[in-house]
Design a binder for this molecule. Structure first.
Ligand code: ATP
Ligand code: MG
Length: 568
């Protein structure tokens, strides 16, 4: 491919509207351009990288026996009404009407459509198992599209759905997809981790997120330093070691005036006690009823754990009015003593002694509050958000935190959709059974962006070879010099003939500009053809990732390049 004909509009300066490095570099390298918020064009270079990524995904999905199809992007409201999600999905679902006034939406995901296909086409156990997938556009009207293609509104996803006769078979499909995802991200050349994710009402460890490790990642990953346990922030359990220090003499309960002091920081500095000795009382509304949640002052509540414990569809912090009604005090002064609602507490509260709580009256806190003597807890549970240094829930190891970018998500759905949309099959005895489903997604553009977050330096992108738009770039330092030009073109053609993906920078530009662009767009191998090529048949080969340079005889370039490609 000729550089001059490729449309690679590189930019020298960082675009001002890009916050993260991958977004900056994708714009600067001329891979993408923005059309509207969260809506991007992939220019030829970006397109090639997306295609490379898709091809790896496609090969591995096919190897796993999954079948590719294409589902409609525009979907009628009826199937969403059947599944119940037309009303539940919220504003990420972009709805509109056609000329006949019928309701439609742009597909943010395709469970409804695929279940509709399967309920019509699958009737017998003999047709199962089945894994169907597509690599296609999604639209989600994200509240805050950001970071370029990382969180876009229109984006390409590989979405797959499995259909099985029973739970056991569904778990096998899940395993197969887990292994397939592992191979996909390994083949992409990425450092990643599969972490347990929250499954909501389904339970068990049947949801994993595949996280590309990068310091700029939005997600926290908790992993054990001595076993294979890894989970995302919502899911991370704590193997709490409860040290009940309570046999210490309990001191007399006292009142403390705390005018206007509401937050943990304000109260702890005003009363000169450490946050660790403060007991936070949070009032929550769970499916309409109120509960009080007690958390140690230096800890944070994990709302997902609370939601799962209460088996609630929704949990929200009580409004200021509700807090006043229940505690008879404005927000900021709640405490457990005398509360007439269910009290649940995090395990760490067990070990708290002579602590400080709100006094359920304006500007009042209480000191030396002791559980059992002063108030009762109805239930203890693991409720707090994990922190680095916490005990692993599976062994005696310690949890460490890393940052990551979620690029893939696999989930066991059970019969959620087959029940609501009535997708059944006949078992060997002719009995009708619900099909057990799973769903599996990979964000293609996000994977590319994550690869760049993980692989770049001050000069630009350092593409892992399998994702690179070209494997090799040949740079003639001066195209006006016909000797240099001809040598470069001969080399370019012989590399291409070997099946290598080669770009030749045939532009009449200074070498410095060509080198800068080659570094910016991240081509793994650079071959420079200059005076030495003419004088003593030698070219410079530079490896983008290591910066390593080597003089190679022109006749040995192909062998050398193939060796590097094999090793990278
Ligand atoms: P997130 O929590 O980041 O919003 P999600 O849980 O909504 O992700 P899924 O519905 O599981 O994501 O979608 C599967 C995959 O699609 C994700 O792992 C991610 O790689 C990709 N993806 C999801 N939303 C976006 C988006 N707005 N832009 C780009 N890729 C996305
Ligand atoms: Mg989302």
């Amino acid at each position: 491919m000729l550089y001059s004909k490729m449309l690679i509009p590189t930019l020298r300066e960082d675009p001002t509207d890009a916050e993260v490095i991958s977004h900056k570099l994708m714009l600067r390298a001329g891979m993408i351009r923005k059309l509207a918020a969260g809506i991007y064009t992939s220019l030829p270079l970006g397109h090639r990288v997306l295609r490379k990524t898709e091809e790896i995904i496609r090969e591995e999905m096919n190897r796993a026996g999954a079948l590719e199809l294409t589902l409609p992007f525009v979907q009628p409201a009826e199937i969403w009404q059947e599944s119940g999600r037309w009303d539940l999905y919220g504003k990420e679902l972009l709805r509109f009407r056609d000329r006949g006034d019928r309701d439609f939406c742009l597909g943010p995901t395709h469970e409804e459509v695929i279940t509709d296909v399967v309920r019509k086409e699958v009737t017998s156990y003999r047709q199962l198992p089945l894994i169907l997938y597509q690599i296609h556009i999604k639209f989600r009207d994200e509240i805050r599209p950001r970071f370029g293609v990382m969180r876009a509104r229109e984006f390409v996803m590989k979405d797959a759905y499995s259909f099985d006769v029973d739970e056991e078979a569904a778990e096998k499909s899940y395993r197969t997809m887990f292994d397939t995802y592992t191979r996909i991200f390994e083949r992409c050349g990425l450092r990643f981790r599969a972490v347990e994710a929250d499954t909501g009402p389904i339970g068990g460890s049947f949801s994993h997120e595949f996280m590309v490790l990068a310091d700029s990642g939005e997600d926290s990953i908790f992993s054990c330093d001595s076993c294979s346990y890894a989970a995302n922030k919502e899911k991370a359990e704590i193997g709490e070691e409860i040290t009940d220090t309570r046999p210490v003499p309990q001191q007399a309960l006292t009142r403390a005036e705390t005018p206007g002091k509401r937050t943990i920081e304000e109260v702890s500095s005003f009363l000169k006690v450490t946050p660790k000795n403060l007991l936070k009382t949070l009032l929550y509304t769970a499916d309409g009823s109120t509960v009080a949640v007690l958390i140690r002052g230096d800890h944070e509540l994990n709302e997902v754990k609370l939601k799962n414990l209460l088996k609630a569809d929704s949990v929200t912090l009580a409004t200021d009015e509700e807090v006043e009604r229940i505690t008879s005090a404005p927000k900021g002064f709640a405490g457990p003593i005398g509360l007439k609602v269910k009290i649940i507490a995090d395990h760490a509260v067990k070990g708290m002694n002579n602590c400080v709580t709100g006094g359920n009256a304006q500007d009042l806190h209480l000191l030396n509050v002791n559980r059992e003597r002063d108030f009762a807890v109805d239930q203890f549970a693991d409720l707090r958000a994990a922190q680095a240094g916490d005990r692993c829930p599976r062994c005696h190891g310690t949890l460490a935190v890393q940052r990551g970018i979620e690029v893939g998500h696999i989930f066991k759905l059970g019969i959620k959709y087959s029940k609501s949309l009535h997708a059944t099959y006949l078992d060997p005895r002719g009995k009708e059974q619900y099909i057990v489903m799973g769903c599996y997604g990979i964000g293609v553009g996000r994977t590319v962006a994550a690869a760049i977050e993980q692989n770049h330096d001050k000069d630009g992108i350092i593409f892992p070879l399998p994702l690179a738009p070209f494997q090799v770039i040949v740079i003639p330092v001066n195209v006006k010099d016909t000797n240099i030009r001809d040598t470069a073109f001969t080399l370019y053609q012989s590399l291409a003939k070997e099946g290598l993906e080669v770009l030749i920078d045939d532009r009449d530009e200074r070498p410095g500009i060509k080198f800068k662009d080659a570094d910016l767009i991240g081509i793994p191998i650079r071959i420079t053809v200059g005076a030495k090529a003419i004088e003593n048949n030698q070219v410079d080969i530079k490896i983008r990732k290591t910066g390593q340079m080597e003089l190679v005889q022109t006749g040995q370039v192909i062998e050398k390049v193939k060796g590097i490609v094999g090793a990278l």
